[in-house]
Design a protein around this ligand. Sequence first.
Ligand SMILES: [Zn+2]
Length: 269
Amino acid sequence: MRPWRWLAGLFGGASARDVEIPQASWQRVCCEQPELASLSDDEFERLRSLAGRFLVGRPFYAGGAIELTDSMQLRIAALASLPVLELGMEWLEGIRSVIVYADAFEVDHEEVDEDGVVHHVRDLRAGEAWSHGTLVLSWADVEAGLDPDYATSVVIHEVAHFIDGVNGAENGFPPLDKGHDRARWTHDFQTAFDRLNREVDAGDEPVIDPYAATNPAEFFAVLSEYFFRLPESLWDFDPVLFGHLSRFYGQDPLARLARTPAGKIPQGV
Ligand SMILES: [Zn+2]
């Protein structure tokens, strides 16, 4: 595949370490993207710097017939950098390249059923986090995220898998800081995961996407999507987990919502 080049020459200021993202382009991406619209001025500038670093040394490849524009790469870089705004870009060192398809793409994989029988399955994916360092995305699904009511953020979901895997395993248990109670995290996430599975098994409609019940890694990735995109829904699902993720990511998207004119906080927060 031929890598698409970030048109640093057009935008100027590019160095070996980062790309200087023009203010007007950055402003447009942040205003349009629901997760980014309520950033403070300080967060807005720090995220711009992180996104510039993301764009260096991570070639973007077109998966099929899609033209990858600068603004598409910028939107992906901005969303990928949001979860590490306080953690730091080193958490994304596992991402070495990005492949973007125009739409959902077919993936062949194996599934083991309850009897231990392996089935070869082909299904459609909106994104994948390949363990050797490739972030794969469907642009149609990235773009769908411009609708504030759309629950999914495929970029944040896949980036959360990479963050989860920083300590070697994607298992819903990323490295926590020293003061964060590991036993408490495990207990609280397991309790909520079991509750979600009971709701799904009973045919109830959970507050969050039932895909989160697939396994602990998907639980962490889906919860991370809700944390940044629909924090009120995550709070409704489980305020304790909201607290854990707020501590882990070092961010409070509910407080951000309260700063925006259209924002609101659920009762009791
Ligand atoms: Zn996933």
